[in-house]
Design a protein around this ligand. Structure first.
Ligand code: ZN
Length: 99
């Protein structure tokens, strides 16, 4: 870790918040759930949990310059902008990034 990287709290070390943690895990397992809305008082580990879980996920390929981070492989999961680029001459360019 460099001095510029933020240390990430371990997801499994978060005590309590079982419903929030379960919702986040289920959303990772099946992204078609459409996301998770987390709300709560300040200091209840909302952001910490999200960062911790994101740190566990593998890097993925996404369409370069797509604000929605579309998959370059599955046309059915692409936004209209990526579809238009795919049909154009340039196609879509891949970029590997962490989630
Ligand atoms: Zn896209």
């Amino acid at each position: 870790m460099t001095c510029f990287e933020r240390s990430v709290y371990t997801f499994s070390a978060i005590v309590g918040q079982e419903r929030m943690k379960r919702a986040l895990i289920l959303n990772v397992i099946d992204p078609k759930l459409g996301g998770v809305l987390i709300r709560g008082e300040k200091g209840t580990a909302k952001s910490t949990a999200v960062r911790a879980l994101a740190h566990l996920l593998p890097e993925i390929d996404v369409v370069k310059d797509c604000p929605f981070r579309c998959s370059p492989i599955d046309r059915h999961e692409m936004c209209s902008s990526c579809i238009a680029r795919l049909r154009g001459r340039g196609g879509v360019r891949r970029l590997r990034e962490s989630r």
